[in-house]
Design a protein around this ligand. Structure first.
Ligand code: ZN
Length: 328
């Protein structure tokens, strides 16, 4: 059996594109690594945020749909996306969220099994997407974007730490994680079970929270669209795809997303899962130094560039606005 290697990316739905960019690239200091369109709907943006190069595990992506209706949080969804920081960065983030008027809860100590202590700040973006910053000793193993204005690199976000799935019957979801994708249970705690894959550090963790009787979620702004799990290469992806098919879960064919290759399927709890390859990566169509500066289009839409650009709302990188506020 082939195992996935952790989280590749999380994709969520947002409303206003500029507000999304200001929050994730500005307040949270992620690098805007790709400005492109939704390959299935090229009149709308697809934004990618991550570390310097957009390493798998650092990536958060958004479909920002202007005027999108709010979704509803519920079961069958990834409820919370957590970012990893070094434990010493927690007070920096408390201060930064206060300064940017982002409401938060915490920091609280989350003592999951006695050996793996986490310090957690909970907050939401403008659309209500549930986020956490988690102080964890293992965060240093993951890379950062070291050039975010106002964020010293020792305090920067070290990629996605974990995702929390809200499940009505967690056992169905857990069975797919373990039997089909190769996650291993790492601990049980009242109502929430944690699973790990790959090296078991930040970026490989899934918490399944059992909330029986909770209404199911409705897709819309402020909700996660899907979570993607990492595989090393195309061969591994086909093997995992076969495992998914053997479990009766009807995976899609392999789809070329330019920056990685994808297979999608819905797990029985209702969450859309993706299996994504580590390569080719975000420098396939522009140099690392220039990531995110220009609108990049897949080859099939390049002939329509003028029409697509005219339909998309103008956006600007938030760096200057943020640094001028902080220099006052
Ligand atoms: Zn995806």
């Amino acid at each position: 059996m082939r195992n996935v290697q952790g989280i590749h990316h999380v994709t969520a739905i947002a409303s206003d594109p500029q507000r999304n960019l200001d929050f994730y690239a500005g307040v949270l200091g992620l690098r805007f690594v790709k400005r492109t369109v939704n390959f299935d709907d090229p009149q709308t943006y697809h934004f990618y945020f991550g570390d310097e190069v957009g390493s798998p595990g650092s990536i958060l992506t958004f479909f920002p749909w202007p005027g999108a209706r709010r979704g509803r949080q519920g079961t069958g969804q990834v409820a919370v996306t957590s970012f990893a920081v070094l434990p010493g960065a927690i007070s920096f983030w408390v201060e930064r969220l206060v300064r940017h008027a982002v409401k938060f809860v915490g920091p609280t100590r989350r003592d999951l099994d006695g050996s793996d202590v986490e310090y957690v700040i909970e907050f939401k973006d403008h659309d209500g997407l549930m986020l956490e910053i988690v102080g964890h000793e293992g965060a240093g193993a993951r890379s950062v974007w070291a050039n975010a204005p106002g964020i010293p690199s020792e305090h920067a976000l070290h990629g996605v730490h974990a995702v929390t799935i809200r499940a009505n019957r967690g056992t169905d979801t857990e069975k797919v994680l373990v039997d089909t994708l190769g996650f291993r249970p790492v601990r049980g705690q009242e109502g929430t079970r944690r699973f790990a894959s790959g090296d078991g550090g930040p970026g490989t963790l899934v918490d399944v929270r059992n909330v029986g009787g909770f209404p199911s979620g409705v897709s819309g702004a402020g909700t996660v669209h899907h979570v993607a799990w990492r595989v090393d290469d195309d061969f591994m992806q086909l093997d995992v795809r076969s495992q998914v098919a053997a479990a009766g879960l009807q995976p899609t064919p392999v789809i070329d997303r330019d920056y990685f290759h994808s297979v999608y399927f819905r797990e029985p709890g209702g969450v859309l899962f993706e299996i994504a390859t580590d390569s080719p990566g975000f420098d396939i169509d522009e140099p690392i130094e220039r990531l995110g500066e220009r609108l990049m289009l897949p080859a099939q839409y390049e002939p329509m560039r003028a029409r697509i650009e005219a339909a998309l709302p103008p956006i600007h990188l938030p760096s200057q606005a943020i640094s001028s506020v902080e220099n006052e």
